[in-house]
Design a protein around this ligand. Structure first.
Ligand code: FE2
Length: 187
């Protein structure tokens, strides 16, 4: 399991240490453990994680995609959020009309994702940015898109801190976004 880029209590009060204990320490770990039970002795044994995601399906895909999605999600968060840098801000303005417009559209997609899934800011092969939602373990790389930012909207991401109130969780999510990481992914 990759180390978190911050201590487990660093995201409080927006995301509690208890949430990190369960979400990172149990849910994320369980996806990794299950993948490690399935993979030995298969063609996937010596493949990189991304290659397994692209080539697997069913139960194994669900585990490895969730391992990648969660590692990416933790990197999208930071206790020192700040504001988007110039290159990212320009791209958000160009594609969505403004930074607040982007946040509103992203939050709407996250809030409107039915059941378990993820909201994403992605870059298409033509360089355009897009907000999308994936269900369950779905991940943009299988659609040829580059992930820039994600928000986990599985209930396990917010039930400890906000119970069923996904919109409240989303408000707090914006206080934690690692804009430097998002801009780095923009390339
Ligand atoms: Fe999760």
């Amino acid at each position: 399991l990759p180390e978190l880029p911050y201590p487990r209590d660093a995201l409080a009060p927006h995301m509690s240490a208890e949430t990190l204990d369960f979400h990172y320490g149990k849910h994320h770990k369980k996806y990794l453990d299950t993948a490690n039970e399935i993979i030995p002795g298969t063609e996937y044994e010596s493949m990189a994680l991304e290659d397994i995601i692209m080539k697997s399906s069913g139960k194994l895909f669900n585990q490895v995609a969730q391992v990648w999605n969660h590692s990416f999600f933790w990197n999208c968060l930071t206790p020192n959020s700040g504001e988007p840098g110039k290159a990212l801000a320009d791209a958000l303005i160009k594609n969505f009309g403004g930074i607040e417009d982007f946040k509103k559209k992203f939050s709407d997609v996250a809030a409107g994702t039915f059941g378990s899934g993820w909201a994403w800011l992605v870059k298409n092969s033509d360089g355009s940015l897009e907000i999308m939602s994936t269900a369950n373990a779905g991940t943009p790389m299988t659609e040829g898109k580059t992930a820039l930012l994600t928000c986990d909207v599985w209930e396990h991401a917010y039930y400890i801190d906000y119970r069923n109130a996904r919109p409240t969780y989303l408000e707090h999510f914006w206080a934690l976004v690692n804009w430097d990481f998002v801009e780095q992914n923009l390339g």
